[in-house]
Design a protein around this ligand. Structure first.
Ligand code: AMP
Ligand code: ZN
Length: 136
């Protein structure tokens, strides 16, 4: 399997790890949205959240809880985004589960994605479909 993050974890590609424990590693994104932008990556390969092991997802969450305040403190951020792109249509370029911690400043110029209200009856339909899918 030709996976960049597996190669980083196997130390075949040198990266300055900021954090490592039994389950996850964290390192700077090579092309940051803002300085301090981190990637938190489970050591075991999985393509995305939907198929990742539960204990890897727990480890990712706990690592984010530890790392984000540290990133925020040293970058004097006003907030931070936890971003997860699942699937190429959602912007996932590397098919190994990873979460982005992006420190944000009030004046960094980035905007939230646009929202659009539901048409009449549309929300009820999708609620019913999702509930049905969860039960199947
Ligand atoms: P995504 O679009 O969610 O799959 O994010 C992949 C991220 O990996 C991008 O933000 C890239 O800038 C980052 N990236 C790609 N190669 C490297 C690398 N060698 N070291 C660190 N980050 C990388
Ligand atoms: Zn991988």
């Amino acid at each position: 399997m030709d996976c960049l993050f597996c190669k980083i974890i196997a130390k075949q590609i040198p990266v300055d790890l900021i954090y490592e424990n039994e389950k996850v590693v964290a390192f700077l994104d090579i092309n940051p949205v803002n300085p301090g932008h981190l990637l938190v990556v489970p050591k075991v390969h999985s393509e995305n959240i939907a198929v990742a092991a539960d204990d890897d997802l727990i480890a990712l969450t706990l690592a984010v809880k530890k790392l984000a305040p540290a990133v925020c403190a040293v970058t004097a951020c006003d907030g931070w985004n936890l971003e997860v792109n699942n699937g190429n249509a959602a912007g996932q370029a590397i098919d190994h589960t990873h979460w982005h911690i992006v420190p944000r400043r009030k004046d960094d110029g980035f905007k939230h994605w646009p929202g659009h209200p539901y048409a009449a009856g549309e929300a009820a339909k999708i609620i019913a479909l999702i509930r049905e899918n969860l039960m199947s």
